[in-house]
Write a protein that binds this ligand. Structure first.
Ligand code: ADP
Ligand code: ZN
Length: 689
């Protein structure tokens, strides 16, 4: 695939194996790449956003030692301990060191095993330290809390003023990090640490304002995904699934609905994976149904939607996966489905993993954050970005802003549910507990005499579906957890105790099971009016033809945005065309006339001459449908076979003669084409009767 692949597999592996994270947080990846490359970097990230990873990971990817300067001794010691536990050779030189600790650091420095050396700023005043650093093979300086260099700030540390000099004398790149974003402080940092030479700056808000965010509880998940995809027919999208098997079955279901879809997972041959990657990059409107293995190398800017058929692993993974949509800045949509089974699965994956206990606890925490987002009662964007430390958020582009959910005081329901669980020894899953609550005397209930419990039938005010929503939300708020050792029996957590005791209240969403999220009108189709839609299609067809001829992805010719603007502005000359954003001088010269002809003389200009001859006849329409059916099968039903197509003349003949059965069609097509296209063509022909 084109080398847009920004992801260093080394970085991804270390991220997982050393740090135990399954995805980068917003902003981290770009910073890690720049620092690893050896760029001078100034990165501004909110507190808690994950700055330390942005120098720790490059330190491991680069040769030599990374010096980390940080004003907080306790924090340095924490980081050193954490790194050592993860198997990284790191040490600190601070005033709190014992002589043995200091000796050990010097030893590791001289034998070349040390990767990260944390240094208290006052050490820089010491000429011995300076000399030692100049001989130690330092290859990078990282400065945490870089605003401490600002004399006007309240955190000023005079020793930070020595860092610029250190950088000059060592002649190595420097990466500075801070959460303080005001322009004066930034300017001072640039002056003092980089001696005025502008570093590469990273100050993104984490918000992706063009992404629409939506979650929906699973309610016939396959149909939910099919509906979502159907409303976005012809747009490129990704469906993430929890298992390999599901990618295959869902891709087939989409293909059966005449979508251009194929599956992708880590169990496929490398060649087959590459075929899918290349197709996705180059074709318009392909849906890839994939596990998270798909994405590392995906750098397609015009992905119009991402759907999760299953709940992602953590809030970081969620952010990264939805973040693949809409990189071109044009509207893009996301939908994440989740249900009680997802929660059980994700919990058990963590519990059954081999990670040490505190890492497992952190993983549960990150899953809780995602569940909190799934069960949020107001703005998803606020909830999501709040988790990453960003609190000034405007939205209006999420399902909860579109239509705030109905909520109810769930305190009573939750107490009843907890009591049902406790009275049955916390040994049962939601299904059985709901039977008890709703007074459903199943054999299992009777066999265990649970129909004699005081909780039997106390929850008749809610139906089964509503109770399922209550249990799912209880798991989502981490009030109950499935017990990994006992097949998902629900166990109360500490967080539930105040509610049980009547000391806290809880508001729950009413699962209206409204279809608002899945049935939302697609953003892109809504961007041009219905009467303009054919023109947009014609422009896209032109783009596809040019892209195929030049063997480049379609968006390289023009992004969707530019085509939409053409439709709206209807430029009627090359001069007018030049004013469309995205049409630079080079592209105007190369493609201007071709697109202008589509715009000025209508879509017919863009037709194959053979098709043009059929215009105005019924056969013209039929021809178009055959062409579309053929496009969907150009590489076979599963998208992996050799390309095959029928000539325009042959299609025209099929459209005009309308063979009514297999034999007649096969006489026209021959056996190879018959095998590939026969059924689909006959469908089209019969549909026309
Ligand atoms: P900062 O220095 O920006 O305040 P830290 O580097 O201390 O933030 O990170 C804050 C928290 O985020 C830490 O608990 C860290 O383990 C966690 N964290 C950092 N990066 C990731 C990631 N990619 N995925 C999950 N958690 C992360
Ligand atoms: Zn919102």
């Amino acid at each position: 695939m084109p080398d847009g692949s920004k992801h260093d597999p080394g970085a991804a592996t270390l991220l997982r194996d050393v740090f135990g994270f399954d995805a980068f947080r917003p902003g981290q990846q770009d910073i890690v790449e720049a620092v690893t490359r050896g760029d001078n970097v100034l990165a501004i990230m909110p507190t808690g956003g994950g700055k330390s990873l942005c120098f720790q990971l490059p330190a491991l990817l680069r040769d030599g030692v990374t010096v980390v300067i940080s004003p907080l001794i306790a924090l340095m010691r924490d980081q050193v301990r954490g790194l050592r536990e993860a198997g990284v050779v790191a040490g600190a030189l601070t005033s709190g060191n014992t002589p043995e600790e200091t000796d050990a650091v010097w030893d590791q420095l001289s034998d070349g095993t040390l990767k990260l050396l944390y240094l208290a700023p006052e050490r820089l005043a010491n000429t011995g330290t300076q000399r030692m650093l100049s001989q130690a093979g330092i290859s990078l300086i990282a400065v945490d809390e870089a605003h401490c260099v600002s004399q006007w700030g309240h955190d000023f540390r005079p020793d930070y003023l020595r860092i610029g000099e250190l950088r000059r004398s060592l002649g190595v790149p420097l990466a500075a990090f801070t959460a303080t974003a005001d322009a004066e402080t930034q300017e001072e940092i640039v002056q003092r640490l980089f001696e005025g030479e502008p570093p590469q700056r990273f100050l993104h808000g984490f918000d992706r304002p063009n992404l629409h965010l939506a979650f929906a509880p699973k309610d016939g998940p396959r149909a939910q995904i099919l509906r979502f995809a159907d409303a976005r027919r012809g747009q490129s999208g990704i469906v993430y699934c929890g298992t390999r098997a599901k990618t295959e079955s869902l891709a087939k279901a989409l293909s059966d609905e005449k979508h251009l879809a194929c599956h992708y997972h880590g169990g496929m041959e490398a060649d087959d994976r590459r075929i899918v990657e290349t197709r996705f990059q180059q074709e318009d409107g392909l849906i890839v149904v994939a596990t998270v293995a798909f994405g590392m190398g995906v750098d397609k800017p015009d992905i119009r939607w991402v759907a999760h058929a299953d709940l992602p692993k953590s809030i970081e993974a969620y952010y990264q996966e939805i973040g693949r949509a809409g990189r071109d800045g044009a509207p893009a949509e996301t939908l994440t489905l989740y249900g009680a089974d997802d929660i059980r699965l994700r919990r058990s994956q963590i519990d059954e993993g081999l990670a040490p206990p505190d890492r497992r606890a952190a993983d549960h925490g990150r899953l809780n954050a995602l569940l909190g987002l799934a069960e949020a009662q107001e703005c998803r964007r606020k909830t999501l970005l709040g988790y990453f430390g960003e609190h000034e958020v405007t939205c209006g582009l999420c399902d909860l802003c579109d239509s705030p959910p109905a909520v109810f005081d769930g305190t009573e329901a939750v107490r009843k549910a907890l009591s049902a669980a406790l009275r049955t020894g916390e040994s049962f899953g939601a299904g059985h507990l709901i039977d008890i609550l709703t007074g459903n005397a199943t054999d299992k209930v009777k066999a265990r005499q649970h129909d004699a419990l005081p909780t039997f039938g106390v929850g008749k005010d809610l139906n089964r579906l509503a109770w399922q929503g209550v249990f799912r939300q209880m798991m989502g708020h981490d009030l109950m957890r499935p017990d990994a050792e006992r097949h998902g029996a629900l166990v109360m957590t500490e967080a539930a105790r105040p509610i049980l005791r009547g000391e806290a209240q809880i508001t729950l969403r009413r699962d209206s099971l409204n279809r608002a999220a899945t049935d939302r009108r697609p953003a892109v189709r809504a961007m041009v009016s219905d009467e303009d839609a054919p023109l947009l299609s014609a422009l896209k067809a032109k783009r596809r033809a040019l892209a195929e001829a030049a063997r480049v992805p379609a968006y390289v010719i023009f992004p969707d945005r530019t085509l939409i603007e053409m439709v709206e502005a209807r430029p009627d000359s090359l001069d007018a065309m030049a004013r469309i954003s995205g049409v630079g001088a080079k592209k105007l010269e190369r493609y201007g006339a071709a697109f202008l002809s589509v715009l000025t003389s209508g879509a017919e200009q863009d037709m194959h001459p053979t098709r043009r001859k059929l215009a105005g006849q019924g056969a013209g329409n039929l021809y178009d449908q055959l062409l579309e059916a053929q496009a969907g099968l150009a590489r076979g039903a599963d998208g992996t076979e050799k390309p095959l197509s029928c000539s325009a003349g042959l299609l025209a003949k099929v459209a005009q003669t309308r063979p009514g059965d297999d034999a007649a069609l096969e006489r026209l097509l021959g056996d190879r084409r018959m095998e590939r296209f026969g059924t689909a063509f006959l469908d089209v022909l019969h549909g026309a009767d």
